[in-house]
Write a protein that binds this ligand. Structure first.
Ligand code: SF4
Length: 169
């Protein structure tokens, strides 16, 4: 039987930021414990806006908001900044896709209250294909015997692996 590594929303999030980080995370390479922005959980929850009592779980999916509008279920994610919008969008699409697999058709919205911005995210075949390509690529990255080479990006400054990737830099 073919084993398929389960993909998580966090993997999708990092895939669109840094593929090396995806490998390090999957291989459970310890991040810098001293780093103030360190772990993914903390970073993600800080990047989420006031994540608190309102969050809702469906199966293994946790979202910030859920409401219905004209009979349409709307799943909302609240973010502090739109800086990593592609990651946020694909992560939300991943949740929408998982909900569809449970028979729940929902529309997504990303909310950036500090920027007074809202982005509608809708599941469609094209997005689904993009998501599937990303999931396939994540599994391919996971199978690499060494991590992809580091590439300097703005996220490195905040990354818990900064010392690991750029120690001599
Ligand atoms: S420090 Fe930069 S290259 Fe290294 S894992 Fe983090 S984001 Fe990727």
């Amino acid at each position: 039987m073919n084993y398929e590594m389960p993909i998580t929303g966090t993997m999708i999030w990092y895939y669109y930021i840094c593929k090396r980080e995806v490998w390090l995370m999957i291989h459970q390479i310890a991040a810098d414990q001293e780093h103030e922005d360190l772990d993914y959980g903390r970073f993600i929850s800080e990047n989420r806006y006031n994540r608190s009592k309102k969050e809702i779980s469906i199966g293994h999916i946790v979202v910030d908001r859920m409401r219905t509008e004209n009979g349409q279920l709307i799943v909302g994610e609240v973010k502090k900044s739109s800086k990593f919008i592609k990651s946020a969008k694909m992560q939300l699409l991943f949740y929408l896709d998982n909900l569809r697999k449970m028979g729940i058709e929902a529309k997504g919205e990303l909310l950036f209250p500090e920027e007074r911005k809202k982005e509608i995210v809708e599941w469609n075949e094209e997005h689904k294909e993009e998501l599937e390509r990303a999931m396939k690529d994540i599994r391919k990255i996971a199978r690499l015997s060494v991590p992809p080479k580091p590439e300097k990006i703005s996220f490195c400054r905040k990354c818990a692996y900064k010392e690991y990737c750029w120690a001599e830099g």
